[in-house]
Every structure is written in C-alpha cells, then in structure tokens.
Design a protein. Structure first.
Length: 323
C-alpha cells in the first residue's frame, strides 16, 4: 500500500507540473496587458513600456515560466497588480471564507443526498421515488446563479428573513457567539445555492449505485439467511456501493471550490471565487495564476485521496495494487 501511495504521489507531482505549464501559458497568452485597467487614457506610453519591462512582461515565455515556478516552489506567487500586495497573503485572507462555504455545502449535500438516495433505492418505482427523481433532474437543470437569485428574491426581498449579501452585517461589531450567529445567517443562502445542485447529482449516484447491488447474488443469499430486503441492501449493498459514492464525493470537493466563483459573486461572499472574478476583470495575472494553481492542486489531492480510500474500503483494489 505504501508503494502504491508513493507511486500515486509521483504521478501527482508530474500532473501538478503539467498543470502549472498549461495555466501559465493560457494566462500569459491572453490579449492586452495587466495595466490597461489601472491607468488613465493619457498615461505616458514610455512609462507603460518601462513598467512592463520591469515586471518581465516581454521576456520569452520559458523564462517567465521558470521565474514564476521557482517563486511558486517557495510559496511566493508574486504581487497582485490590482491590490499591490502579495498574492499568497490575499489568498490566505479569502481562503478561510471559501472553506467555510464549501465545507458547509459539502456536509449538507452529503448527508441529504445519501439519506434521500438510500430511501429512493429502497422504494424503487414508487410515487416518492418518482418525485425524488423529478426534483433531482429539475435541480440539476437549474443554473446555480439563477437558483441563487431566486433565493435572494424570496428570502431576501420578499420575506426579508435572511441576509443575502456579504459575510457579516455592516456597521456591527459582534464578538463571540453573536458573531458566529451573524455569519451563520449570512451563510444560509449561499450554502443552500451551492449545495442544491451537488445534492441532486449525489442523490442520483447513490440511488444508481445501490440499485446495481440489488440484483447481485449476495443480496439473495442474505435474504435467504433471514435478512429483509431493506436490511440486506443497507448492510451488504452499501459496502459495494461505497466505491462509487467515494469517487463522486471526492470529485465534488473541487467542484464546490471552483463553482464558488459564481456563488460568491452572486451573494458577495468574500472568498476566493469573488477574488478570482475581480482578478479576471482587471487582468491581474499573478493573482489569477495563484488561485487557479491552488484549485488545480486541490483537485489532484482529492483524486489521490479517492484512490487511497478505494484501497481502504475494498481489499480487492489493495491486492491489485500490491501485484
């Protein structure tokens, strides 16, 4: 198992290097320059050229990439042109807010999806199963920004029961439990919008994974030994359905982080998504590359985590890896 993990770590490192090359080339090949939105129309052209040469904007791409990669290895992502501050510091300031939103959305979607998916699998082709299926397809079909705006319209403007902007109430200086409660109220709507589509997808995967086990011979054997169909599926079917569920859950973690750009922009949640959106508008290349690289690394780590969990829950995969 240790050899397998080391091998997967090596592959992950190679993938990260490949991702850094792709990210750097795509960002740097975009038209325009990062100073276009920061200067007045009458700014001296010679001054602009001097600034661009100072930051190495005209250096060959391989040289620019090498400099950027060396700094990145020391956790130095350069300086944000828009904020005139270290990119690493800006990311750290916003990352905790994104983690709070993504973690809460993930936990809610996981608990609800597994519970509803198991219920749907235990009652196939019933009215409740059809209702769950229809609602799941509707939630998957609705864009997350539209669902977010709908939540704002209903709970923010019409009912006026939940805040729909920012992370804290402006003008207040809450501390302790009051601050936590205030942040929790602001979290409800963006968390719901982010979790809704994820929950719908997970419900379908959970139901499909369990339904595949129903026709397996060991389920009939368990029923012959006296277990009811429901207990046989939950006790034995869930074990084999874990592989598919783990795969989907691990892949949904980076989806929540990358999808935060839309949710955080709609709800003005001060996280990485909103920061990335502002960086894109201002062509802040160092900040864009830093955030994109972070998300790419998280995706690779989640895939590695999924592979390790496969081996833990299924001894057959462990045996194949050792061979």
């Amino acid at each position: 198992m240790i050899k397998y993990i080391v091998k997967r770590l090596g592959i992950a490192v190679v993938m990260i290097l490949g991702v850094t090359m792709i990210i750097f080339c795509i960002i740097r090949m975009q038209p325009g320059n990062p100073f276009l939105h920061m200067v007045q129309a009458d700014t001296n052209a010679e001054f602009m050229e001097a600034k661009l040469r100072e930051i190495g904007y005209y250096d060959p791409l391989p040289i620019q990439y090498g400099k950027w990669l060396l700094r990145t290895l020391h956790f130095d992502f350069g300086y944000s042109i828009q904020y005139n501050a270290p990119v690493s510091g800006l990311i750290l300031d916003r990352f905790s807010n994104t983690v709070v939103l993504a973690t809460s959305s993930f936990l809610v979607s996981m608990v609800v999806a597994i519970a509803v998916g198991v219920f749907s699998a235990l009652h196939p082709n019933t009215k409740s199963d059809y209702v769950i299926t229809i609602l799941s397809f509707i939630c998957v079909s609705i864009p997350v920004f539209f669902f977010g705006l709908l939540l704002i319209k209903i709970f923010g403007y019409d009912l006026k029961i939940l805040p729909f902007s920012g992370i804290e109430t402006l003008g207040t200086h809450y501390t302790g439990a009051q601050r936590v409660l205030d942040i929790g109220k602001h979290l409800i709507l963006p968390m719901t919008a982010s979790a809704m589509t994820q929950t719908a997808t997970l419900i379908r995967y959970t139901r499909a994974s369990l339904m595949e086990t129903v026709s397996e011979g060991y389920i009939d054997t368990a029923k012959a030994k006296g277990l009811t169909r429901k207990r046989a599926i939950i006790k034995h079917g869930m074990k084999n359905a874990k592989i598919s569920i783990i795969s989907v859950l691990c892949n949904k973690i980076p989806d929540l982080l990358s999808g935060a750009l839309i949710v955080e922009t709609v709800f003005v949640w001060p996280g990485l998504g909103q920061l990335n959106y502002q960086a894109i508008l201002q062509q802040d290349y160092p900040l864009i590359m830093g955030i994109t690289l972070l998300i790419a690394v998280i995706v690779i780590i989640c895939n590695l985590l999924a592979d390790i969990l496969y081996m833990i829950v299924d001894p057959r995969i462990r045996y194949e890896a050792e061979k």
